[in-house]
Design a protein. Sequence first.
Lengths: 525, 430
Amino acid sequence: MQLTVWTYEGPPHVGAMRVATAMEGLHYVLHAPQGDTYADLLFTMIERRSKRPPVTYTTFQARDLGSDTAGLFKTAAREAYERFQPQAMIVGASCTAELLQDDPGGLARAIGLPVPVIPLELPSYQKKENWGAAETFYQLVRAFAGSAAPRPDAVSGAREPGVRPSCNILGPTALGFRHRDDVREIAALLDRLGIEVNVIAPMGATPADLVRLGEADFNVVLYPEIADVAAQWLKRTFKQPLVKTVPIGVGATRDFINEVAEVANVDPAPTLDDAPSRLPWYSRSVDSTYLTGKRVFIFGDATHALAAARVASEELGFEVAGLGTYSREFARDVRQAASSYGIEALITEDYLEVEARVAELQPELILGTQMERHIAKRLGIPCAVISAPTHVQDYPARTSPQMGFEGANVLFDTWVHPLMMGLEEHLLGMFREDFEFRDEAAPSHLGTSHKAAEIKVEAPVAVASEAAVADAGASWDPDAEQELRKIPFFVRGKARRNTERFACEQGVAVITVETLYDAKAHFGR
Amino acid sequence: MNCLTAPAPVERGAALEERAVLRERGQHEVFCGLTGIIWLHRKIQDAFFLVVGSRTCAHLIQSAAGVMIFAEPRFGTAIIEERDLAGLADMNAELDRAVTSLLERRPEIKILFLVGSCPSEVIKLDLSRAAARLSETCSPDVRVFSYSGSGIETTFTQGEDACLAALVPALPQEPVAAEASLMVVGALPDVVEDQFRRLFDALGVGPVGFLPPRQSGALPAVGPQTRFLLAQPFLDTTARTLEKRGASPITAPFPMGAEGTTAWLLAAAELWGVSRERFEDVTAPGRERAKRALQRHRERLAGKRVFFFPDSQLEIPLARFLARELEMELVEVGTPYLRQDHMAPELALLPPDVVVSEGQHVDKQIERCREARPDLVVCGLGLANPFEAEGITTKWSIELVFSPIHGYEQAGDLAELFARPLDRRSRLEV
Ligand code: SF4
């Protein structure tokens, strides 16, 4: 048993719903109790979808348990087919129904529906949402693309002259972080490269579209958490090469273009030459000097966390102070990346562990999920969201991709805006001795609540992870307190903490001005 | 309107024509009883709710709560894993371990609820035994209770019913020769509780206790001198359990809207022999304010047709309020459960031609609703946006559970909750 407060991922059948809801012409019959219908609101409220997810729940009750939950399933499946007339159905069990062992796949076969029915085995007590999405997508691809059979000569490579190379875009689902906008951006980029998009899946695809997957020359995997398993199968079956670079950030987008160009045998130069991202110049402009070495904590799904780390360090000049993921399936990649930044990766699904790590590291910026946004709010640290789990505000009305060159522009804006602007920081430094300058006043862009947030910083930190320091109880000499107040407020919390830690380590009982500067020298970067 | 002419409360169990009800069985689009934890943990400030369930259960509470603002809220889920099911781990030992580490970290917790879920019930994990065992090891610091919030046993607000019923055996016994006391049953926002307390004080009705209390130390006493008034329509198990401890119910409509509030207060006042004049005097300011507040919204709502999907069991009292005080027309009033005897005073006030439906077949109900083209649909979060996209205005029902809606001072706010979506529709030109 695992004690959980908040979870980064839902159960695996929610992953299956993300695939089913993204697609057209597919219906999901889920053997589940009534409460599980909450999952609909993820799509209709958080993502503001205008249609109900294509899911029928059997909603069995305690009184059905002794009698006929299997019969209930058959009725639900039959009625769902008649009402929605899908091209195909997927059937499966949620955590409770898994315990009943009613075998939805067998039951659906028994009623002989006139459309293909794909049974899903999603072990709820072992696996989670992304795994469920990946498995569902894989089963669908196998079921439909498999029927198109591997053509032995399909990959001879010789294209008719004048025929554009083609690819599939794999991975975008419902309830994904900016999937809608990423797909648009990447499809346009591929078009500029002269590449035809054969099928985009799961988003927008029908089961009939999946049958055509084998017709493409290669596959682009935008979200490995969801599409990697299916893409590997397509590679084995149709010898379709796989483009694995995830084009988040300018560098990765350039790598992506080169990789695609090589696989498709097209010229990347024109597309690279007019690379329209403003990020490189914005990052070089003098106002960005203040971004140098900002300590950033990154947490999310593996794809977005890895990409964010690269952009943060190579394209914004930040220092990656912490990197982690809840995607255990990709833990190895994240560990490897972390060690290249000289840090240790945090692989966990425990929100409290993430919070403790943030409190300990005291980063200047957090790039995380909605969970980290709440941690950031409590600790008064600026934050931008880079990954699911999402909330309603992560589905903006405007087009706001993470991928491609426009995506890089979006990253620059959304990561830099929560920070103080360079000029503003400079002025605050210049005026902080002025008696009229109230340093409690936070910059306007942080909103009026920032002051309260900042004050709260010290309490949770002290309680959560630094209780030992507090216990050791180094006290502050009044002069040192006075000196501390001269330090700009946005780094004062860190200075206080570092000094106290230093005092504790050195066994200093009373912190003087001397100690303060000793600590500054000790921790100075 | 003169609310004092409200029909006298109908005797419980009195002969009453059973109302024809449309009963349906199909997909239910409702939350399970776990959802109640979201408001119950805010109400009882030294309680912790530990769901023993699956990742789905944890995800449900988190999704229904919508925002995750508390670092460590006073609820959590002990997620059953493969190794527990495979018998590799002794689940009771695992549970004890989880509880011990939880209580070590949260020393301020005084009562702990072990909340059963579908998985824990299907595998027949006996949480009442676990609660008894843990109560022994944790006493006197922490008392441990258990109830079911599972979706196979409970629908949405029935979770609160199960929780309060679990508390009843732990209520202190009223002293021998106690005077008559009043217990108000059902979690109310503190502000509403305080308003009711002031009204009862002014009427001379009391002493008054509230279940659940804000702190576990303030559990009200119960016994033969206890009269209880239900503040919520979904507490029939709690009511039965209280009766078993000797308390007797005061039957009344529920305190939604001015009329319901008056009838509810009056039922208690009559029992305490409060004079008509005093009742008039005490309630007049509230009634007057409610009347003024409702006036504004009646203009927008009168004549508008409303359709309720089943959700919280608040539907019938709310429909009664909308029909009688705001002159709305009721198309269908869906409720997940209908206890006709329990709801008798409310049903007596509903217009006779209204379709009352119990249970749900969501697809069929959606079809009926589309056909009826009501002006306003009261429904859950999964259905609201799809209806809006079809051009049908909605009010999400969960807000009716989370907002202060009881009593005179909230009558206007309650009306506003229904008026706002219509107001919004009329403003938008896009
Ligand atoms: S319906 Fe059952 S399994 Fe689903 S969230 Fe509720 S208690 Fe958990």
